[in-house]
Structures are given as C-alpha cells and as structure tokens.
Design a protein around this ligand. Structure first.
Ligand code: ADP
Ligand code: GLC
Length: 476
C-alpha cells in the first residue's frame, strides 16, 4: 500500500504543536507494518538545511490559477522515511513559524502557500503526476492540506482515495471568495455542500466535504465534534458524514519520550525505580532559579498559550496555587495577556513560580521529568500528547475530562486503574478542587507510587494506532 502523508509540520525540524510530533512518528510506525509511506511537506529552511543534498524528482506544473511551478525534492531520513520536499522559495523560504510572520500575524499569502501544498498532493495522486511512485491514499492533516480532497474531486482521470485527519477543528483556513480563482478551483466548487462556508472559502470544510473518509485523533473527540457545543460550526456536516468519521487515539514516540534514555535528563529512571526522578526535580529547580523545595509538589504547564488550553483558569487562581502549597513551572508562548499574566505571577513569587516564554524542546523534556503534577485544563482537546508524555515520566496529570484527555486519563478514584485527576466544569473552582486532590495525594507516598505505576505502565506506543490507520486505508 502506497500512502502520501501530507503535513505542514514535522518534528524535530518544524513544530508548533502535536501535529509535528504525529507527523514524524506515525509514518515510521506505518512503515514498520510494511506500508510504503512518503511524507509531503513544504521545504522550509529548517528542513532544507538538514538535507543539503536533496535532489529534484519532479516539477509539478500547470496547476491552475496563480499557482506556480514548484520543485519536488526527495530525501530519506535517518528513520528510513522518504520526504518529498515541496520547494518554492518565494513561498517557503521564510524564517520562524510555518504560519506566522515575525510580528505574529498570519502570512497574507497562506492560501497560496498551503493551496500549493494541497494542489501538489492532488497532482501526486492523479494521472497527471510524472512520478513513478503513485500513492493509492492521500492522507491529509488539518486545514493546510484540506484542499487536496477538493482538487482530487475535480481532477479528471484515475485518482487516489483521500483520508482527512482532523487534529484541531478550531483552525479552519478561511479566506475570501476571490481566492477561489487564485487557487485554480472551478466555479462549481463554490457550493454550500462544497468549499463555500458562510460566504468564504474554507480549506477545512473542503477536506471534510470531499475526502473519502475523515478521522480525528481520539474516539471521544470524534463524538464531541458532532455536537453543536464542540462542533465549531461544522457539527451538521460532521453528523452528515458520521458514517465516514472515526477516532483513532494518537500514540507517542516512545524512543524520544523515555525517562530511561532521554538525553536531556539529569538522571535516568524507570517505573521499577522512579526514585531518581527526585534528582531531575532538583536539577530543574536549580536551572529555573526556584527554591530547592522537596517538601511541596512541583506543578507544570508546557503549552501553546491559546484559548483552547484553558490556562486562564489556572492563572486566575493566582496566589491560591502557591498556597496549595506548591511550586509552578510554565513553559509556553502565544496569547500576550496570558504571557504577561504568568510573568507577573513569577515576579510575585520568585521562589515558587518560574515562567519561560518561548519554545524549548530540551526544557520541555526536563520539565516532564522534574515535575510532580502536569496541569491541562483544556476547554477542548482533540487528543493531547503532553498528558501521555507526563504519565510516561511518572508525572501525574490533572486534566479536564474532554476530548482525548478523557480517553487517556483515569481519575484516581478508580483504585485499580487511576493514573491522574479529572475534573468536569471549565471553571477555576473545579480546577482548584482537582489540584487540591492531587497535592493531597502527593503527600501519600503509597497512593502516589500507585498512580505513577499505572501511568508509566500505560502503552502509549504508536503500534495500535498504526494498525487502525492501516485498516482504514485498506477499507478505502
Ligand atoms: P497541541 O498540538 O494542541 O499544541 P499537544 O499536547 O498535542 O497539543 O502537543 C503539544 C506538543 O508541543 C508537545 O510535544 C509539547 O511538549 C510541545 N510544546 C508546546 N509548547 C511548547 C513549548 N513552549 N516548548 C516546547 N515544547 C512545547
Ligand atoms: C492538535 C490538538 C492536540 C493533538 C495534536 C496532535 O494540535 O490540539 O490535542 O494532540 O493536534 O494530533
């Protein structure tokens, strides 16, 4: 089975969140099952500089509208995955985030940048392709490649089937009507049961409407997005397509996220011997300039600071967090008010609270290892990877019971299986109550060890998900 996996992020080279992690790990797991998976991604400078010998294998052309002729370069990663790098320097040779300019605004030509990615994916899956390698499945991820399904729909001749995976329904790729022509789409595509969305063009809707099948990254989120509450304006369409919609729970790359071998850590440890975790806590406190307290738990947040993540609920607790009592470490960036708010809290409690604004892979690993409790009060969460990383590192998650968090974290009330703390309402009171339960439990070593044991024993590898994707491809 030949599969083209289309993505706008790929860890470790280009990553703003979980999509980057999934895109680097899932293709490897699929390859392990014998599938021939290649990954199509824009040739951002962060990737190209690691593959200076990338050689051109095709020049997709006559793509329609204002879309340029681009160059496809192929390279092989250390994991044995073939990357197809879509090179068109005027679009992709830009520094920093794949989506934002240095001021934090969307690049004004994002419709063309990701329109070209989608169009080239469709080209590869159609008779027009000049490549010998012909994918049978085009696996699109999020809005950036959603338009591929629409292009495939309107292309003549034999073509691949498509799977559209939703990692986040909140980002919908919405642009003005005039972009229809720039993107080389036919006028007939402008329909309410096509790519038109409230008088605009939506890449996400195009993917939902025209893909052969849709999946999302947890069974619970697959259910939730069909409700008006969490459907973000797409619930009707998702209900309409429910027969072709499924949820496959993400895994994690257990080679990279492993406390027994993680090269970022001060000291390695395992489920059998979690005691060395304490050395990582001490090292983290030292690195961040916190008081070396062993007598109170260390809470942690590693996150995009976006509305989705519910961190305003945590921030509004202010001094109550320190009075639990506890220390708090925050690593993240995004919303300026949240950044400022957390920084002010750190200034108020320099011994107890440390806030790092930015993206720092090494620090993220050290926090997962050094913290006692990981906090994720998300308003919605398609899957969430960080609760899985934390559990593997013996750090107990406190989460809101939504999306994939509800599918992966089992409340401590369940003595046999509990691996964390789950709360319901999206309110700071409910969060505080859950944090109180967690910090009280921390003082009971027997109970805490049990929660750690359950979390660390959880099989979060990609094996199961990869088998489910393979079955889904087969069905298509
Ligand atoms: P989302 O994709 O919604 O951001 P996930 O939990 O699925 O949420 O994945 C987030 C990923 O991004 C994790 O690998 C997490 O460690 C990482 N991450 C988020 N913010 C930062 C940051 N500031 N520094 C380092 N890693 C981060
Ligand atoms: C998204 C979601 C997150 C998920 C990740 C990878 O960014 O917000 O919940 O884990 O994609 O699928």
């Amino acid at each position: 089975m030949k599969v083209l996996f289309v993505t706008s992020e790929l860890a470790p080279w280009v990553k703003t969140g979980g999509l980057g992690d999934v895109s680097s790990a899932l293709p490897v797991a699929l390859r392990g099952l014998g599938l021939d998976v290649r990954v199509l991604i824009p040739a951002y400078p962060g990737i190209l500089k690691n593959f200076p010998d990338a050689a051109e294998v095709a020049r997709p052309h006559w793509l329609g509208g204002a879309l340029p002729t681009a160059s496809l370069k192929e390279v092989s990663t250390a994991d044995g995955i073939n990357l197809l790098l879509l090179d068109y320097p005027p679009y992709y040779d830009r520094p920093g985030s794949p989506y934002l300019d240095p001021d934090g605004n969307d690049w004004p030509d994002n419709h063309l940048r990701f329109g070209l990615l989608s169009r080239v994916a469709a080209w590869l899956g159609s008779d027009a392709s000049t490549m010998d390698w012909k994918p049978e499945i085009i696996h699109c991820n999020d809005w950036q490649s959603g338009l591929a399904a629409a292009y495939l729909h309107y292309l003549p001749g034999g073509k691949a089937k498509s799977l559209f995976t939703l990692h986040n329904l909140a980002y919908q790729g919405v642009f003005g009507y005039e972009t229809l022509f720039e993107l080389g789409l036919p006028q007939e595509a402008w329909r309410f049961d096509g790519i038109e969305y409230h008088g605009k063009l939506s890449f996400l809707k195009a993917g939902l409407q025209h893909s052969t099948a849709i999946s999302t990254v947890s069974p619970n989120y697959a259910h939730e997005i069909q409700t008006d509450d969490l459907g973000m304006g797409m619930a009707d369409l998702l209900r309409y397509r429910s027969e072709h919609l499924s949820g496959i729970l993400n895994g994690i790359d257990t080679r990279i996220w492993d406390p027994e071998s993680d090269h970022y850590l001060q000291q390695h440890y395992s489920a059998r011997n979690p005691n060395a975790k304490a050395a990582n806590k001490a090292a983290l406190q030292l690195q961040l300039g916190l008081a070396p307290r062993k007598d109170i738990p260390l809470l942690a947040v590693i996150s995009r600071l976006a509305e989705q993540k519910g961190l305003d609920l945590l921030l509004s607790l202010g001094a109550k967090i320190m009075n639990l009592p506890a220390q708090l470490v925050v690593l993240g960036s995004g919303n300026v008010e949240l950044e400022q708010g957390f920084l002010a809290l750190a200034r108020q409690f320099p011994d107890l609270c440390s806030v790092s604004i930015g993206f720092d892979e090494a620090l993220a690993h050290r926090i997962d290892a050094g913290a006692d409790i990981f906090v994720m009060p998300s308003r919605f969460e398609p899957c969430g990877l960080n609760q899985l990383y934390s559990m593997r590192y013996g750090t107990i998650p406190v989460v809101r019971g939504t999306g994939g968090l509800a599918d992966t974290v089992i409340d401590a009330a369940d003595e046999k299986n509990g691996n964390g703390f789950v709360f319901g309402p999206a309110s700071s009171e409910a969060l505080l109550e859950a944090l109180q339960r967690a910090t009280t439990a921390w003082s009971d070593p027997t109970l805490w060890r049990r929660l750690q044991k359950h979390g660390m024993a959880r099989d979060s590898s990609w094996d199961k998900a990869a088998r489910q994707y393979a079955e889904l491809y087969q069905k298509l």
